[in-house]
Design a protein. Sequence first.
Length: 296
Amino acid sequence: MRSVSRITITAPDVLEAEDGKGKKERKAAEAYFKKVIAATVGKNDTAPTFTAYKDKTIALALNSLFHGKCAYCESRFAGIHPVDIEHWRPKGDVYLNEKTLRTYGYYWLAASWENLLPSCIDCNRVRTHKDFVTNRETTLGKGNYFPLTDENKRAKEPDDEDEEGPLLLNPCTDEPSQYLEFQDTGCVSPKASLDDTQRKKALASIRFYALNRTELVQDRRSRILLIKQKMSTIGKLCEILEQHNPTTNIALVLDELLVSELESLYDFQRPEQPFSSMAKQLIDPFIEKHRPLGHP
């Protein structure tokens, strides 16, 4: 998961325009669910539908913002299957605990730009996966789960969510690298320096975003091997370069090769690359050690 700033993309008009579909859906939803909460829904009251978030302009904006990658696992989905437009706070129903489902969610955020993220199917939908850590088949995926530090503060109406303490990381408001670290196996785990609340947030995110599903871990492991192979080449070039007078022709050639390899290594952590946050964690310390003098 990589930190992403929304300020680089303007919210689509379908959500923000005063006479747009999003605003109209919110108004209708607030009127209906006010009756739901008060238990005064009549037989002639029709439950609202949420379709504004499905507008093509939203998928395009989110794909641009996240470079065609899942907001949670950083896998590239753009060339494989359509994006799931994910509601970080669930719009319809929401689990109050592992088994209790509240029949209304954060309906007022169904068409909120800040609540929408692009997700791959395996992070967004509740499915059966083999967990890499336990090696067991288990149910993973976010679905309608949205765990909190204190369930008593669960929002019931607009603006109440400001008092919540979400246990899921949001790449647009949190810095995931402060919570998560990647192992050489491709597995992700909470950072050792976290306090108890931070650790719970890391663990909940790993679980509900299915970040340690075996196939995903294997994909990350393959990326790690490519990065480490590149690092090994750079390390050898540095060793050989140290053995030559820097003014000789061979030293100049070696220096050019080294710079080229470093630039290639940098590419792994570019925001459009899969698992770029993991790559950055591996590459940054290595770059500090092997950056040639006079090179950025």
